[in-house]
Design a protein around this ligand. Sequence first.
Ligand code: ADP
Ligand code: MG
Length: 340
Amino acid sequence: ESQLNPNYSFENFLEGDSNRLARSAGLAVATKPGGTSFNPLLIFGGVGLGKTHLAHAIGVDIKDRYPEKTVLYISAEKFTQQYIDSVKKNNRNDFIHFYQIIDVLIIDDVQFLSGKSGTQDVFFHIFNHLHQNGKQVILTSDKAPVDMQDIEQRLLSRFKWGLSAELQNPDFETRVSILKNKLYRDGVDMPDDIIEFVAKNIKSNVRELEGAIISLIAQSSFNKKEITLDLARQIVEKFVKNTKREVSIDYIQKIVSDYFQMDVDTLQSKTRKRHIVQARQLAMFFAKKFTKASLASIGSQIGKRDHATVLHACKTVDNLSSTDKQFRKYVEDISKKLSV
Ligand code: ADP
Ligand code: MG
């Protein structure tokens, strides 16, 4: 079982400036798996920009060209789980052997391996074996190798051996063609001005772009309403609002430093001045509370601290807010600012 999704094809992966390098590198790899210098090929970029789609497309295309090759797609999360199970069941060697005989290994979201040293270690050995035998490795990640946290240096250096290609936010024309292609495949007619309206307003995530169109179609068919610009406006508004609610660590630092009337650089600085330390600890606390980022990732984004510092900050804020009335007010005020 290759675990590949045939709907994620190259044909359906619309080309634009934002993805041209990654897409062509993917095609080159698909034409000659293991036979280009793009090994590993690492595709990186933000959420919903097409990493998983492109990774599948490469695998699907290889399977078409070389039916005899074994191609395997797996998320780093599942890979980790399998590894842990193999250790529990005492068949770590079978696990390693299984992966060493694959021709094309595609691992999605390798940032998930952060901090998981056992899995990184086993992957390092599998990677070396595959690479030495001219097998192709394709990886995706939400960050460039230089920005990855808690991944062993020797693995990071392997990631940099081949090509790292970024998927960026698609420009307006590409967003329009992605939508038109989707509508065409679904057999739905939609006026150009509505497509363009959606493409103009949802900019940074192809999944949301598609989501908005899907809910537009659903709304109009459930309510037997025509698809109008007005309906599009209501739906886009919901999408844009929802995205804003997902606060970023940058945004949290901005709100906290504004609250204490300092700038973000000060909040991140190395100083031990009590009010600055407290502001920094609050930013860490809220980053833990309001984002899905790991302690390590929070630390690195708030003044390059380590995960233990963030953990300590969270505990300190918890303690102080139960013992110190003034401090509790800080927490409440900032909470309110972050929740609107
Ligand atoms: P990621 O893995 O980067 O979070 P996905 O690969 O899951 O993103 O892509 C999200 C959605 O956007 C998928 O439905 C995918 O088909 C679509 N998509 C992304 N980029 C493109 C593109 N260039 N052309 C067509 N569809 C795209
Ligand atoms: Mg993905």
